[in-house]
Design a protein around this ligand. Structure first.
Ligand code: CA
Ligand code: CA
Length: 177
């Protein structure tokens, strides 16, 4: 499968954000750093939601390191990371759990909706730029109370990683898109 230009751009952005310590490679400490930052972004979330998200980050990091470290040096280079879009089925389960856990963190009172404030706090913690975050939230079609469904966000995260997709809400996260 040849990924769309948009999908390649989305994935390159993810690499730069997941490299939380900025050393040019993805390693386990990157996922621990980001996990700590993102879990702290919604202080009022239930402990169970925080633990679920931390576990989802660990699992996602483990999966990426297991599947993508082609030369076995214990870290994922930008070149190794590009194959994440070649075999998306190897990452589906980890992405799915990450999507559900992240979206759930945005709904601390459990009413099924994510308000703009929590959405922005979580996405800033991941490292996206605020104007892009606002554009994405607007693209999700917030209701009269300026909130989107948890399921809408989770679906949006799954779409973000789909190599065949272009013109999706998640493309708003890529600067200049
Ligand atoms: Ca790193
Ligand atoms: Ca490697």
């Amino acid at each position: 499968m040849v990924p769309t230009t948009e999908a390649t751009n989305r994935i390159e952005l993810v690499f730069s954000l997941f490299d939380a310590d900025g050393n040019g490679y993805l390693e386990l400490p990157d996922f621990e750093l980001m996990s700590t930052r993102v879990v702290a972004a919604v202080p009022g979330a239930p402990e169970a939601a925080k633990e679920r998200l931390a576990a989802a980050f660990r699992r996602y990091g483990d999966t990426l390191l297991t599947e993508l470290d082609a030369n076995g040096d214990g870290r994922v280079s930008p070149e190794e990371f590009t194959s994440v879009v070649l075999n998306p089925q190897r990452f589906d389960a980890a992405v799915d759990e990450f999507a559900e856990a992240l979206a759930a963190m945005g709904d601390p009172d459990g009413d099924g909706f994510v308000a703009r404030a929590e959405f922005i706090a979580l996405m800033i913690a991941i490292g996206f730029a605020r104007p892009n975050i606002e554009a994405l939230f607007d693209a999700f079609g917030p209701d009269g109370q300026d909130r989107v469904r948890v399921s809408t966000w989770a679906d949006g995260i799954r779409d973000y990683y789909r190599p065949e997709k272009s013109g999706i809400a998640g493309d708003h996260l890529v600067p200049g898109a």
